[in-house]
Design a protein around this ligand. Structure first.
Ligand code: SF4
Ligand code: SF4
Length: 200
């Protein structure tokens, strides 16, 4: 017969008089550890709609869809909580660091149907003023302008965009079917910008 070591006896005696490590959940509410990774949520005001989180999600729990209807364009971003593995990659790679954040929600077992286990947000998209293709989300362009600071003045599209946002006027131009040099002052996608600068 092997006798317990002194260290084990000491541990057993100590545990008789100390609080248990486990909590009494679900009888009593449980407070998770401060950096516990729980269910993620999008934050509409902080998200710029760049889709970096969608790119890095290993479980493909995040997705987006662009819709253009009657000249109005929007990007729809969706989290499917049923496939999320709560790895935190989306939060880690979000350029604003606040667009998507993991909560400390852990008690998420449910009998609800999968269709309801999601969060959807919408972001306004900006189209190229010449060819009408999608360029980026409005909030993403504003974020870029702020990030660049005075350097944004080197891009005519951004200057025009910032003036529109500030309501201090827009460049006056005459639209033609051709992409002309004067169209450089429109808000253009990269392809149309190249055309207006190098080809026309
Ligand atoms: S926590 Fe991980 S799995 Fe869940 S949405 Fe974010 S990146 Fe995807
Ligand atoms: S801002 Fe953050 S949360 Fe929003 S789409 Fe980009 S990476 Fe995702």
């Amino acid at each position: 017969m092997r006798y317990p070591k002194l260290r084990e006896i000491k541990g057993a005696l100590k545990s008789l008089f100390s609080k248990p490590y486990t909590t009494k959940f679900p009888k009593e509410p449980h407070q998770p550890f401060y950096n516990f990774r729980g269910r993620p949520y999008y934050y509409q005001d902080k998200c710029i709609g760049c889709t970096a989180c969608v790119e890095v999600c290993p479980a493909r729990a995040l997705s987006f869809k662009d819709i253009v209807e009657n000249g109005v364009a929007k990007r729809i971003l969706k989290i499917n909580w049923d496939t999320c593995i709560e790895c935190g990659q989306c939060q880690l790679n979000c350029p604003t660091k606040e667009g998507i954040k993991l909560s400390n929600e852990f008690d998420i077992s449910t009998t609800e149907s999968r269709e309801n286990l999601c969060q959807i947000i919408e972001k306004e998209l900006v189209l190229c003023e010449f060819c009408k293709c999608i360029v980026a989300c409005k909030d993403h362009i504003i974020w870029t302008i702020k990030k660049l600071g005075p350097l944004y003045h080197s891009n005519t599209s951004l200057i025009g965009f910032a003036q529109n946002i500030l309501g201090i006027g827009n460049f006056i131009h005459k639209k033609t079917k051709e992409n002309l040099r004067s169209d450089r002052f429109l808000f253009l996608c990269p392809r149309c910008r190249r055309q207006s600068v190098f080809i026309s």
